[in-house]
Design a protein around this ligand. Sequence first.
Ligand code: SF4
Length: 338
Amino acid sequence: MLTNIFSLKPEELAVKMKEQFPAFRYRQVMHWLYNKLVFDPEQMTDLPAPVKEYLSKNFSFALPKIDVVQKADDETAKYRLKLEDNEVIEMVLIPYEKKRTLCVSSQVGCARACAFCATGKLGLKRNLEVHEIVGQILLASAICLPERLTNLVFMGMGEPLDNLDNVLASLKIIQAEDSLTFSPRRTTISTCGLPDKIRQIANSKVRTKLAVSLNSAIDDKRDILMPVNKLHPLSELKEALFYYLNRVNFRVTFEYIMIPEVNMGGEDIKALKKYVGDLSCKINFIPYNQVPDLPYRSPTEREIDEFLSRAQVLNQAITLRRSRGANICGACGQLAGT
Ligand code: SF4
């Protein structure tokens, strides 16, 4: 089987091409792929025939195929993508003011079974390969033309830290100068909280922001919402976050999905204040998006207001994040490949 060209680090492609062609041919190819976003060697008009032939014979240029597109009232677009083995994933493109953010998937399904999440109900089918992750980013970049994709969040299907090697390899490719030159401060990996993998990110040469899906600072409640907490309770997660913060120059973001009758009481704020007290972080509060067949409901505007006014006791920056794309099930926790 041919190597998919989008799985190669730029320096790997450079080494391969320099065996046969002058260095500037490599730079031309990179310019077509990552700048002009042209993915067919035959359309790379300034390449001579031997280079086109070399590319076609040695590499696959296959990208995930766009299968279904759904656009929400707020212009958020959810793309159902088919992979080469016919598995299905989703990516969500969110235009908002001057930003165009892509919510990327890292796995087909997810093994972590968070109680509020549609993807968690699917179970894990498989990890995505590097070229399937880079492929989503390139497809979205092409869709955004003539504008640029500005931000990337690993918050689509899957737990990115369960596929961390491929996620970091993808980031390395798209952050490289010869490719998309994506700034580390515009990339965020979101996790349910896997301490060893958080340390691995901190030790990696790839820089990225980190978001932690917290949802409760009370172990008993988090055990129910997020079974990962039974394996790695809040104290263990916090130690790993200190480790990350000591090595990486970004604040951590906590995501807190607001679910009425579950995590929006006075005791929840009290526990949250204690937990985040000494961490360099900000907190995004996200109203829960109802998922069919799950026993939770979205908060009312009044419940959101009351909770946010209680949250004023927190010392950190807090933001109300309204998930976009809710009417096409493209919002947080709603991706299920449907
Ligand atoms: S919230 Fe994230 S980690 Fe939890 S089940 Fe859903 S996709 Fe997996």
